[in-house]
Design a protein around this ligand. Structure first.
Ligand SMILES: [Zn+2]
Length: 314
């Protein structure tokens, strides 16, 4: 139950949201007259009700009104959520996060069903969820600008705006003693995925291929936000299959979130993700949400956002 719903269970509540301040004003008993609502609206819209409550408490606010009222103001300025001007139109992740007072607020609002303006299916947004039940939309989506990370690449590119965070991650792994990491596979187009998947089917049969490789249009790699990484040394770079047991692999489990990346397919969560563990497959969701993900002890994006498990294609 939301805060507002809890309050209205006790009182008849008029919820007034104006400017950047919110005051919850409830009449102790009886009905609010239209003129009183109008007066409260005027006070709140001028910022006065919130100011009065802040400085003088409920009694001071009540003194401004012709009838006794109970005034409650949340201790911290609440986020405006989907009412924020322009955040959705801009499709700007930073503006959307800001509208909810940060990633924690946005995550809570999504789980509560209070964030209809935060799509989880927009492939341009860093928190988009793609899985066996949620293909990319449009299915042949391609990100605008790609870039090859300037260092640490065996092969591949990423969406240009996440390259810097990838480079920071790689530098931190090295500086903190785990060793060198390199991008092994990044962006893969719809057509690339047709070839990847078909070759897996040819090598393993469809059932095993489905556990390892996405159908075209269902791969996070098509977003430009997924990075398969390998561990490297002076002797060269290892394979993705060896990666989980390397110092770099263990370091990522603890630290990737600091740079906005999560390990998308963890051990023990195949029934939710539909994929066998892939300790080498990093997915960028942005540092703000990745911190919430890490601190909350989450293991799949499906569970993080309260979405259904996606063990198989429909
Ligand atoms: Zn991958």
């Amino acid at each position: 139950m939301s805060y507002a719903q809890r309050v209205s269970a006790r009182h008849r509540v008029v919820l007034l949201r104006r400017a950047r301040r919110v005051a919850l004003v409830a009449l102790a008993a009886g009905a609010l007259l239209a003129s009183e609502v109008s007066l409260i609206n005027q006070l709140v819209s001028r910022g006065e009700a919130a100011e009065v409550v802040r400085s003088g408490g409920p009694e001071a606010a009540a003194a401004l009104l012709p009838v006794p009222v109970i005034v409650q103001v949340e201790a911290t300025e609440p986020p405006e959520g989907c009412g924020a001007d322009g955040a959705l139109r801009a499709k700007d992740p930073a503006a959307l996060l800001d509208a909810f007072g940060g990633a924690k607020g946005m995550h809570a609002a999504i789980l509560a069903g209070d964030a209809p303006c935060v799509p989880l299916d927009d492939p341009a947004l860093p928190w988009v969820v793609v899985n066996k039940q949620r293909p990319l939309d449009p299915i042949r989506y391609a990100p605008g600008v790609l870039a090859v990370p300037p260092s640490h690449v065996v092969e591949g590119s990423l969406r240009a705006d996440v390259v810097e965070s990838f480079e920071k991650l790689v530098a931190a792994a090295r500086d903190e003693g785990s060793g060198r990491l390199a991008l092994f596979s990044g962006y893969r187009s719809y057509d690339d995925q047709v070839s990847t998947y078909d070759s897996q089917v040819g090598a393993r049969g469809q059932e095993d291929a489905d556990a390892l490789s996405a159908h075209p249009g269902f791969s996070e790699h098509q977003l430009g936000l997924a990075a398969d990484v390998v561990a490297c040394s002076d002797a060269g770079c290892g394979t993705i299959y060896e990666f989980g047991a390397t110092p770099q692999g263990r370091w990522l489990v603890e630290n990737s979130w600091r740079y906005g990346w999560i390990i998308r397919y963890e051990s023990g969560h195949t029934p939710t993700t539909g994929y066998e563990p892939e300790p080498w497959h990093l997915r960028y969701i942005g540092p703000e949400l990745a911190e919430v993900y890490h601190e909350g002890g989450h293991h799949t994006l499906e569970e993080f956002f309260g979405l259904p498990a996606a063990p198989a294609y429909e």
